[in-house]
Design a protein around this ligand. Sequence first.
Ligand SMILES: [Zn+2]
Ligand SMILES: [Zn+2]
Length: 337
Amino acid sequence: MAKMRAVQVRRAGGPLELVEREIPDPGPGQVRIKVQACGVCHSDSLVKEGHWPGIAYPRIPGHEVIGVVDAVGAGVLNWKPGQRAGVGWNGGYCGYCDPCRRGTFFACQTATHITGITADGGYAKYTVARAEALAGVPDELQAADAAPLMCAGVTTFNCLRNCGARPGDLVAILGLGGLGHLGVQFAAKMGFRTVAIARGQDKAEFAKSLGAWRYIDSRAQDPSAELAKLGGAKAVLATVTAGDAMAATLAGLGVNGTLMAIGAAMQMEIVPAALIGKSTGIRGWYSGVSIDSEDTLAFSALAGVRSMNEVFPLEKATEAYERMMSGNARFRAVLTL
Ligand SMILES: [Zn+2]
Ligand SMILES: [Zn+2]
């Protein structure tokens, strides 16, 4: 059997270890991808630390995969070797359960494939993915540039285009990290009056360079009061993981405005009575499925949206992971092969 380099987690809480593994063959409905780049996402800690139930170890993490189709399994009609392809968190869906029949594929109940969690992911020279989980990658995007768009990118892009705002509306992006620095760019390119909210005046220039129209320093200013002065936000894209920071923007929503929560905060205090007067609301947003990722990549190529990345070779996966977990990466960490 031919071998490949891969980085795996042998047991919950164990290290990321560089190993030789057999190159996997694609089964029916599957495609093998020769990986060129894979982003390192905070959710990879679910695999490393065993915080996702039922993971079968050893497991190769990675759900921000960009590469080239290398082999196709039986029954795959729409992909052939040589095509560029990306794979994100959603690793596929059944097509026959009730949510799938209603077109809400992300909520598939029977075949919940998650790349790098229920099956091996992209920290490897090759990976196998289900054909319906593949996104086409435009020629204009380099592999390392495209990788973070498969999770951080699609999450922010797809949330923004479904947040109810129309061009010219006021939209705030809360947080300027891995998600937020993409969110500001997408919002600006979508034609929203884009307000970035982060802590510290030192981030103002950076926010403007990403396309923000206004900047709110949440250390020195009340985000809700500032948003209200600007007329109230149609949407706040909350990328932070602090519930109190999210709650501090709620009164800054305008009529029918929505707080779109994509940061995995565990708790948030709200006053339901305060939502009534302006019919405001709070909702979560699942990142998206493969066609959403493909749209994200195409829009990024068209509009010049770029993830800012720190790039590491596969062999330095531990360094890349620790850099990402430290919160100091500017702004996403990416492994290249
Ligand atoms: Zn992710
Ligand atoms: Zn289904």
